[in-house]
Design a protein around this ligand. Structure first.
Ligand SMILES: [Zn+2]
Length: 305
């Protein structure tokens, strides 16, 4: 063989081996490529699944948050309803309270003698049948004449006793000359005065039926010194004490100087309740200065302390 041929054969061999190893490499790469591709498609598949899962859970979340919203809306609505109900309940109990208050007032009024705060004159007068619901004896220590018991309306007695005791504790000795007088007592009082004073008796003794004494809420007062009913009483410190303090016990002077109803009687004090007496005292007015309508408002509380 010559050198040239050997060179050619060697060249061909080199080329062939290069092709062979190249083919082998190519084959290997191709194989790997196939594996990678299949792995990639597997990964793609799982990515797709993950994405799907992701979207599904997003939808579910959205659903849940929608439901959440609905639920909190419902809760809010329910709370609003509760509040509305509570308000209604409060309104109703307020109405019930008002009604029971009104019923209480009406009941109290129905049990309170309407005559107790009436103005008596030639126009309005008491029937001969009128007798106070309950009369009690005034404590004898407060009577001018201890041997002749005097009676007073049971509801007024506590106020009268308190007043007389407080006066006594400040050194003022108030004495009761007369208190409750029945219709017939009044006739005999009047007849007695008429026998002495004739028709002039009208000036200082009310006709039967017009006397506040028939109500059992009125007293004629003097002192243990004066011992009689006289206009001189208004110069006594006892009278001054009464004008300053009697209202606190519900008593007022019925017939002041210059009144158009009756003669001046500084000794004649009528119980009208603390509320009305206080108003009259504060306004510098007398019982007969007010209208009957104004006076009527105090009837329900006449015996309140
Ligand atoms: Zn009197």
């Amino acid at each position: 063989m010559n050198k040239k041929r050997i060179f050619i054969v060697a060249g061909v061999l080199v080329i062939l081996s290069a092709i062979g190893s190249g083919g082998y490499l190519f084959w290997n790469v191709h194989e790997e490529n196939l594996i990678l591709r299949s792995e990639l498609s597997g990964m793609n598949e799982s990515l797709k699944l993950t994405k799907e899962n992701f979207f599904r859970s997003r939808i579910e979340n959205a659903d849940l948050s929608d439901r959440n919203k609905n639920l909190s809306q419902t809760v809010r609505e329910q709370l609003d309803k509760n509040t509305a109900l509570e308000t209604q309940v409060m309104d109703i109990s307020g109405v019930v309270q008002n009604i029971s208050g009104t019923v209480g007032t009406l009941q109290k009024l129905s049990q309170t003698d309407k005559e107790l705060l009436k103005k008596y004159s030639k126009v309005y007068f008491l029937s001969e049948n009128y007798i106070p619901s309950r009369l009690v004896d005034i404590k004898s220590e407060f009577l001018l004449d201890k041997s002749a018991p005097k009676q007073i309306h049971a509801g007024v007695d506590v106020f009268l006793t308190d007043m007389l005791q407080e006066a006594s504790s400040t050194g003022i000795s108030l004495k009761i000359v007369s208190a409750y007088r029945s219709f017939y007592d009044q006739i005999s009082v009047k007849t007695g005065y008429k026998m002495i004073y004739g028709s002039g008796a009208n000036q200082f003794s009310a006709d039967q039926g017009y006397s506040e004494h028939q109500l059992g809420t009125t007293v004629d007062i003097t002192t243990s010194k004066l011992k009689t009913l006289t206009t001189q009483f208004d110069r006594d410190i006892a009278y001054k004490w009464l004008t300053e303090n009697a209202y606190r016990f519900g008593f007022v002077l019925s017939y002041p100087k210059g009144n158009s109803y009756y003669q001046y009687e500084p000794w004649h004090w009528r119980f009208v309740g603390v509320g009305l007496a206080t108003r009259l005292h504060e306004e510098g007015k007398y019982f007969y200065d007010l209208t009957q309508r104004e006076i009527d408002d105090y009837l329900v509380s006449i015996f309140d302390r």
